[in-house]
Design a protein. Structure first.
Length: 319
């Protein structure tokens, strides 16, 4: 199967998963605990893929250990400042938590006030300092989420193409870009759900939510296509692939840690379940990375056996 067909197949599945994620609040309702367990597993998988798979590939493509780290730092800072500007990383979405509060009994609602809403935490002390800041309007909230997550999705699409090109040249035993594809297809529905839930809280119609949901679903394929087209116009493809992979490592580190670190402060009651979910995600990433490494070694051995055979044939012709 050609690399182009694989990428098209990945993109179609990502679009479908994203659309389903945007429809998820109307199809099925997860509890806050179930949501956090799922997010911990996906964040662990993302963390493992970034460090065990993408970073080594980036170092191999760029040919040294120092240059990739600059790209990693750049990716982390870009995602950090996007979060600071747009407050786009809502897990679980603000509207979903507020809806749970409205349905809960008064005592339960008060006990649930620890829930992190869009990762705006009070950390056990008052951050208002008497300023009396009002919460941001829902309109600004969903637009910020859409803009910030769309930029992240563009980077994710580029990472998908970069990983596919890097894997295609290394491992014949694993579909190229499989680890990054799984990471995107697992995480993207949560982001789409955040956008449509915030739109719903703002009173937007189903038609408007569906249109925005479909547009957002197409952003990852757009990023993947942009990378492929850009790669055709550069002389040093290895540098571009390595830089894209390392940059993606930084963005994925920022996203996964922004999901995981708040658990230390706000979910001590579920620490065993959340820790187990994290380890499951890491184990899945490690298993895919291990399979990739086995395929890489197998490919190198095949080349080593092939080279002496060609030498013998050349000697026989000369003799």
């Amino acid at each position: 199967m050609s690399l182009a067909v694989v990428l098209v197949f990945y993109c179609v599945l990502v679009v479908l998963a994203s659309i389903v994620g945007g429809l998820f609040p109307t199809l099925l309702r997860l509890s806050h605990r179930q949501m956090e367990i799922a997010i911990s597993m996906v964040a662990g998988f993302m963390l493992g893929v970034a460090l065990l798979h993408l970073l080594p590939d980036a170092m191999e493509e760029l040919g040294d250990f120092h240059t990739p780290m600059y790209w990693v730092l750049l990716g982390l800072l870009v995602m950090f400042f996007l979060e600071r500007m747009f407050h786009h990383h809502h897990h679980p979405p603000e509207a979903l938590v507020m809806a749970d509060k409205k349905q809960a009994a008064p005592g339960e609602a008060a006990a649930h006030d620890h829930a992190h809403v869009g990762h705006d935490h009070d950390h056990g002390h008052d951050h208002d300092h008497g300023h009396g800041h009002a919460p941001p309007p829902v309109m600004a909230s969903w637009v910020g989420a859409f803009v910030g997550l769309s930029i992240h999705s563009l980077a994710a699409g580029m990472a998908l193409s970069a990983a596919a090109y890097a894997d295609a040249a290394e491992s014949p035993l694993v579909w190229p870009g499989l680890a990054v594809f799984l990471m995107i297809v697992l995480h993207h529905p949560f982001d789409a759900m955040a956008i449509t839930t915030l739109m719903s809280a703002g009173g937007w119609s189903k038609r408007s939510r569906h249109i925005v949901n479909v547009i957002y679903a197409l952003v990852v394929p757009l990023g993947a296509l942009a990378f492929v087209l850009g790669l055709e116009h550069v002389a040093d493809r290895h540098t571009m692939i390595g830089a894209a992979l390392a940059f993606s490592v930084g963005t994925f580190l920022c996203i996964s840690l922004s999901d995981l670190l708040p658990e230390l402060q706000f979910h001590s009651h579920d620490r065993l379940k959340l820790s187990a979910a994290l380890l499951v995600g890491l184990a899945l990433a490690w298993s895919i990375s291990l399979l990739h490494d086995v395929g890489h070694e197998h490919d190198h051995e095949a080349h080593e056996h092939e080279a002496p055979a060609q030498v013998h044939e050349h000697d026989a012709e000369n003799g």
